[in-house]
Design a protein around this ligand. Structure first.
Ligand SMILES: C[S@@+](CC[C@H](N)C(=O)[O-])C[C@H]1O[C@@H](n2cnc3c(N)ncnc32)[C@H](O)[C@@H]1O
Length: 258
């Protein structure tokens, strides 16, 4: 049996809770709205801040310290995580990469895709790859040579064809070898035809040659992307992929739209 006082206090508590619920239901949505990437990039003050921080981070020596299972990955964490977001969204069965280095990025893509349940082949090209493990163990096909070499390009084409027969599905690509305009342009010509509708061709290090880093670099990935996009309508630069704000690939996240 409740005493009268306890009963009143319980009823008061219940009524208070109901009133709080009603107030929460009727309360207007908060007026705060996050800025969109476009708003931030089109605003001079915020763009300056983003570019200055990106440049400081680029010069800091932090990027080469990213490590995946003992192997270096030469990217910043925000770009790497955006790639993870795209791997989850696109679920590619074939990933083409130019620029293997120590195999850290290829190993990371292979592990991430396995983790999300996608059986994928990673095809990676480098004139001097430095593997610390057997790439075949992770379904990574290592092609050795200059990406501009006709023989290497034929090896890439047949590796992609073979991989697609074994595992049909979306194809994604990342360009991360030599960052001169001429080299990136020829790599774009090589891999663009394989990138499937809705998927991405990521042109890395578009930040060099003053965009905003390494002004002394000379024409590089940014300039190659400029000409590529001006010449065709099947790819767009998806600036939504810059939403973590720190990126070394400004305008380098190319989405196939046709
Ligand atoms: C920036 S590193 C790649 C980093 C790697 N993707 C990662 O995220 O850890 C560039 C690599 O491209 C290779 N490379 C440079 N010029 C090349 C070319 N013309 N063809 C193929 N590989 C090249 C270099 O040997 C080097 O290992």
């Amino acid at each position: 049996m409740f005493s009268n006082a306890r009963l009143h206090s319980k009823i008061r508590l219940r009524v208070n809770r109901l009133m709080q619920r009603a107030i929460n239901f009727a309360r207007p949505a908060p007026s705060y709205r996050p800025f969109t990437v476009d708003q931030l990039l089109n605003n001079q003050a915020s763009r300056d801040l983003i570019e200055r921080f990106s440049d400081v981070y680029y010069k800091s020596g932090a990027p080469p310290e990213l490590n995946w299972r003992g192997d270096t990955i030469l990217k910043n964490p925000c770009d790497l995580w955006m790639i993870v977001e795209l791997l989850q969204r696109i679920r590619p069965t074939v990933v083409i990469e130019t620029g293997t280095h120590r195999g850290g990025s290829a190993s990371f893509y292979a592990d991430m895709l396995k983790l999300i349940g996608v059986q994928a082949t990673i095809i990676t090209v480098d004139l001097n790859p430095k593997w610390s493990f057997d790439p075949a163990d992770k379904c990574i096909e290592s092609i050795v040579g200059y990406s501009s070499d006709a023989n290497v390009q034929n090896q890439v084409r047949s590796a992609v064809d073979r991989a697609l027969v074994a595992r049909p599905g979306p194809v994604m690509a990342m360009l991360d070898s030599e960052h001169s305009e001429a080299n990136v342009s020829q790599e774009l010509r090589l891999v663009a035809p394989f990138v499937t509708l809705g998927s991405y061709l990521i042109v890395e290090d578009t930040n060099v040659n003053g965009h905003p880093s390494s002004p002394e670099h000379g024409p590089g990935p940014w300039e190659a992307v400029d000409k590529f996009l001006a010449a065709r309508t099947d790819f767009i630069a998806d600036r939504e992929c810059e939403r973590f704000l720190l990126t070394f690939f400004p305008r380098g996240w190319l989405k196939r739209v046709k």
